[in-house]
Design a protein around this ligand. Sequence first.
Ligand code: FES
Length: 169
Amino acid sequence: MSDNKHRVSRRQFLNYTLTGVGGFMAAGMLMPMVRFALDPVLKGEAGGEMVAVAQVKDITTEPKRFDFKVKVKDAWYESEEPRSAWVYKDDKGEIVALSPVCKHLGCTVNWNGDKEHPNQFFCPCHYGRYEKDGTNVPGTPPIHPLDRYELKVKDGTLYLGKAKPRGEA
Ligand code: FES
């Protein structure tokens, strides 16, 4: 008789099963929505990450190339990718950090790479040229200025963030 008290009726069994399956399915539908809603917030934090690149005392008025690495997350895979920046102090003493990626077809630009055009960035691939501030020289292949890195200085160290495009010259 007491055995009957602990037995699960067919109705109860169906209730438990349907509730469990329904809850599982609801969670499966809600998780992508929650993730979609939170993703920009999470990405914003990751995107705001800045990397220590140089000591301010090593930065002069002459553009100097600094190499560094950034963490790149692709879904669940995280890796480190190399980056470079041309860094110098302008006439006002402000630090400028330019991307070395040519805005024509993506080759790497060098400072003073062309003896005939000193004090400019030079792209050897198709003879693209840029002024010291990264502005593209009209009449050469690039039609946009070099990207500028977001930067901050803390405790004598220069940190760089993302390289951002500027308007057309
Ligand atoms: S890739 Fe630089 S000029 Fe063409």
